[in-house]
Design a protein around this ligand. Structure first.
Ligand code: NAP
Length: 345
């Protein structure tokens, strides 16, 4: 009762790179929860590259809603604690996930589908793992990595796998799933430190920095006979290199195209599409939210590996709700490793 909340509002659409000036923190008076609603205090809120695609008047067709100006930013994943409940099945003190992110307190309607249903208000079991892991391996990041590598790329046999943005939230999981299933896995990232992380921490078989030279030449140096699976987080020159390196019946799972998200004009497509025909290749886009039925598999498999230490999961935690825009800028600039999270003060 009488609860106020701090919310991040978007005040203008960025042109090109995101700036902190595009956002303000606003203090608002929250209404009391109505029947079917809960009041939640957020502890962590997610920061995702795909949010950049929503910082415009209308986002890509079929994707999550674009963010309106001067309003709370809905449909961003968060975890928190129920403070007050008027919804069946939720009690004060329950740890929950939901999509009322980028604010410290929020009113959430139980059963209302959020983020295509994958972030609808639900209890999470903090006896299994700390709440913030449900914004990572035990939630959308895990489902996306798993669905991409297992379902979209149909990982099999002795496939040789390349994962781009492999030191990131989704990429680090996709690469390790393939590695833990016994495949030869190559990772790429944007710095020497991240290359060391891929080799020393994640135990990948080979790694390179795309800043060290042309992607295809570096890929060929570590996979002279080609690759069978490409997990694409980047698009652009990375995708074109993969099309050139994929061998007969190769598959690419198109998870994201971060190299294009901040560009102000359409980016050129791969110039070697005939290779798809020549080599019987499949390029398949996919959304983690379309594979929610995989969540129990993900929690069992990734949760097990996480508990016994075989799955490494790094987080970059940025403290303070006010710094959420800065956190997004850092994600887009490659200045985070593993999952970027904002710890809500
Ligand atoms: N399909 C889905 O359902 C789904 C769900 C979640 C995420 N995604 C997509 O998956 C990808 C990874 O997301 P994430 O949440 O795991 O983020 P993340 O990998 O933790 O962070 C993004 C990373 O992308 C790299 N990057 C930025 N600009 C780049 C560029 N121009 N060229 C190459 N690399 C660049 C940076 O690492 P470096 O230092 O290596 O450059 C940065 O750390 C994104 O494309 C995202 O949109 C898709």
């Amino acid at each position: 009762v009488g609860q106020t909340a701090r919310e991040i509002h978007l005040v203008e659409y960025p042109k090109g790179e995101v700036s902190p000036d595009n956002f303000v923190t606003v203090e608002v008076e929250l209404p009391d929860p109505e029947p079917g609603q809960v009041l939640v205090r957020n502890t962590f809120t997610s920061v995702d590259p795909g949010m950049r695609l929503r910082l415009r008047e209308s986002g890509p067709a079929g994707y999550f809603n674009a963010f309106p100006l001067n309003a709370a930013m809905d449909d961003i994943w968060a975890v928190g604690e129920v403070v007050e409940s008027r919804a069946d099945g939720f009690e004060p003190g329950d740890a929950v996930w939901h999509a009322t992110g980028w604010r410290d307190y929020g009113i959430v309607t139980a059963g209302k589908p959020a983020l295509a249903g994958i972030a609808t208000l639900a209890k999470i079991d903090t006896a299994v793992a700390p709440a913030e892991k449900y914004l990572g391996p035990l939630g959308a990041m895990g489902v996306t990595a798993y669905a991409g590598i297992v379902d979209a790329a149909e990982l099999r046999g002795d496939d040789i796998v390349w994962v781009s943005a492999a030191a990131g939230a989704v990429g680090s999981l996709a690469a390790q799933i393939a590695k833990l299933r016994g495949h030869f896995v190559i990772g790429s990232a944007g710095s020497e430190t991240k290359v060391r992380f891929l080799l020393d921490e994640l135990g990948l078989d080979a790694a390179f920095s795309y800043r060290d030279g042309p992607v295809l030449a570096q890929l060929r140096a570590v996979a002279p006979d080609g690759i069978d699976v490409y997990f694409d987080n980047v698009g652009g020159d990375h995708l074109q290199a993969a099309i050139a390196a994929l061998r007969n019946w190769g598959r690419a799972a198109l998870c994201g195209a971060i190299s294009e998200y901040e560009s102000t004009s359409p980016t050129p497509g791969p110039n070697n599409m005939f290779q798809l025909t020549a080599n019987n290749l499949t390029l398949r886009g996919f959304r983690g939210s379309a594979y929610q039925h995989r969540l129990p598999d993900v929690v069992r498999e990734l949760g097990g590996w996480l508990a016994d230490g075989r799955l490494k999961y790094q987080e970059t935690i940025i403290d303070g709700l006010d710094r959420a825009p800065e956190a997004l800028m850092r994600v887009l600039a490659g200045d985070t490793t593993g999952k970027a999270l904002v710890r809500v003060d």
